[in-house]
Write a protein that binds this ligand. Sequence first.
Ligand code: ADP
Ligand code: MG
Length: 353
Amino acid sequence: NWDLILYVNLELVNKTSKRRFIVKEMLGQGTFGQVVKCLDTETNNYVAVKVIKNQPAFYHQAIMEVSLLRALNHKFDPDDEHNIVRMLDYLLFQNHLCIAFEMLGQNLYELLKRNHFRGLRMEFVRTFSKQILDAMIVMREAGIIHCDLKPENILLVPSLTPAAEVKVIDFGSACMEGKTVYSYIQSRYYRSPEVLLGYPYNTAIDMWSLGCIVAELFLGLPLFPGASEYDVLQRMVKILGGQPPDYLLREAKNSAKFFKHVGSICPGSEVYNGLGSSYRMLTEEDIEMRESKRPKVVKWYFPQLRLDQLICNYPWKKSELTETEKTERLVLVDFLKGLLKFDPDKRWSPLQA
Ligand code: ADP
Ligand code: MG
């Protein structure tokens, strides 16, 4: 990996791209810089160019993005069969690292928004899930953790046929398994319990995010739209039932922010809390007492229901579902429960899913 990073750096210093890009319009703006639609005068195609801010930290992270994508594209998906964005070129322009990608369409957040935040048809939920999983199987094989899977980072592939296709983009936060550096990762709504709690993580964090994304595609709105990490965790506990396993709470470095140790797990003991756990989540009042301010929580889009009730009753207007639809929803609940397991070791792998 370090060899590859060094190689990309050297290559950048030496290379002058034959391509010339003419900026046409703005596609997106993020923490790393801007994404612009350009005409590639070499090929006469439109491309999306990510222009990275010219500061060392962003440059280094973007070199990582280039290195990981190079490996993913060429070594692990040479024939572009696995729903991962293609990187076309990269170059330095006025001290900005620029990465050219194939031009894709709207992201899934924009798609949901265009749909007035109503959920997508099961057919699309299934197709998109399968395609994202295909990308995740390859990422897992490569030992790459994406670290920022969310609807904004899944893009539709423009097509002349009605077939719907998506690709995973934005490896700007990605890292290698076993070489994790940062502990503050993933977008809050899609952040896994182990990252929230501060516990060593692996590719299973991406599977958690996928669970959140799939639920959102079906419901039209995020499953855990917490205003704070506490709010997110509280929603997980309420919607999924249960809580992170004891070993995680015991060993994670931020557990005490959210849970308190209540002693014994034995029935009959005074502190037994019925969850088979020696920890209990702090109440909002607990936190207020401790920090002399209430944790940030916001109102719920949905009735406060368990996952199976949410999925089976959506969109909460009385209309009979067919037997097939009922079965499909139960299958979706089962699938989501496999992805949204608090215990990263029990969470499904991409292949299992
Ligand atoms: P950031 O790391 O800043 O989030 P992204 O790579 O996710 O950068 O790009 C930001 C946004 O730009 C995306 O959410 C998407 O809307 C748009 N975008 C990125 N890549 C492409 C692409 N290949 N084709 C079309 N739009 C893109
Ligand atoms: Mg992004």
